[in-house]
Design a protein around this ligand. Structure first.
Ligand code: KIV
Ligand code: NA
Length: 275
């Protein structure tokens, strides 16, 4: 089956069909996404936390993002793959063009995503003019955590107006979709109504055009911090711990390996070998 395209996502949006996006960071998870019906895969810079063990996305480099995108692309045959431009890689417009070009050409993704509203709109325009599809990301923008704090954006009228204006600026600049992160649900609904491009919510309520979740949150792989907006559908880490304990027991008690787990040989062959 062919890969999902930006047009295909646009058609879902036009018919009001809500769609899911999920992060993935390596070939195994990308293959699993490809087997599922999830049409959009994000190589998120959240890998700084869930893969690299940092406490923010700030230390993630462009080389890291390209490395993970290359692994993902070897498994992601079906989903449309979007790669985050990391902190500092698009502050200067010329850098942004170089970074996005590398993400697409070396990484192999179909779109990039970058954080910010009105202030990054000229950068988004530059990329779009260069033929690079861009997904925006407004509201809470994790790369700015030290500037804005870890909190919902837009509870007060003046902030809410700014989030709306940021989303509109991103659309006007040519982005094909925009993530709304930690935006009050009624504001996200109002923004979604006013925009022509799809909104993709995380902690932004049910009325966005789509939703995005982090792989580790969804599957219960990462215990340190479970955000309120996470949809935790499985406890894979608990299952994995139980499986590893069973394995250790099986080795200790000698129930593993069994004859089925290895091959045998003729007794005389062994005798001749040991002569
Ligand atoms: O990096 C990421 O995983 C993201 C999503 C949470 C939107 O940017
Ligand atoms: Na991100």
């Amino acid at each position: 089956e062919a890969r999902f395209t930006i047009d295909a996502i646009g058609r879902m949006h036009a018919t009001g069909e809500k769609f899911a996006m999920v992060t993935a960071y390596d070939v195994t998870s990308a293959q699993i996404v490809a087997r599922s019906g999830v049409p959009l895969l994000l190589v998120g810079d959240s890998l700084g936390m869930v893969v690299q063990g940092h406490d923010s996305t700030l230390p993630v480099t462009l080389d890291d993002m390209i490395y993970h995108t290359r692994m993902v692309m070897r498994g992601a045959s079906r989903p449309l793959v979007v790669t985050d431009l990391p902190f500092g890689s698009y502050t200067i417009e010329d850098d942004a063009v170089r970074a996005a070009t590398r993400a697409m050409a070396e990484g192999g993704c179909q779109s990039v995503k970058l954080e910010g509203g009105a202030t990054v709109a000229p950068t988004i325009r530059r990329l779009v003019d260069a033929g690079i599809p861009v997904m925006g990301h407004v509201g809470f923008t994790p790369q700015s955590v030290h500037a804005i704090g870890l909190r919902t954006q837009g509870r007060r009228a003046d902030q809410a107006r700014r989030v709306l204006q940021d989303a509109l600026a991103v659309q006007t600049a040519g982005a094909w979709a925009v993530v709304l992160e930690l935006v009050p649900a009624p504001l996200a609904a109002a923004i979604t109504q006013r925009l022509d491009i799809p909104t993709i919510g995380i902690g932004a309520g049910p009325d966005c055009s789509g939703q995005v979740q982090v792989w580790h949150d969804l599957l219960g792989l990462y215990a340190d911090f479970v955000p309120r907006h996470a949809l935790r559908l499985r406890d894979f880490a608990d299952d994995a711990v139980a499986a590893l304990d069973e394995y250790a027991d099986a080795v200790r008690t000698g129930t593993f390996p069994t004859p089925a787990h290895s091959s045998t040989m003729a007794a005389d062959e062994l005798e001749r070998a040991l002569d």
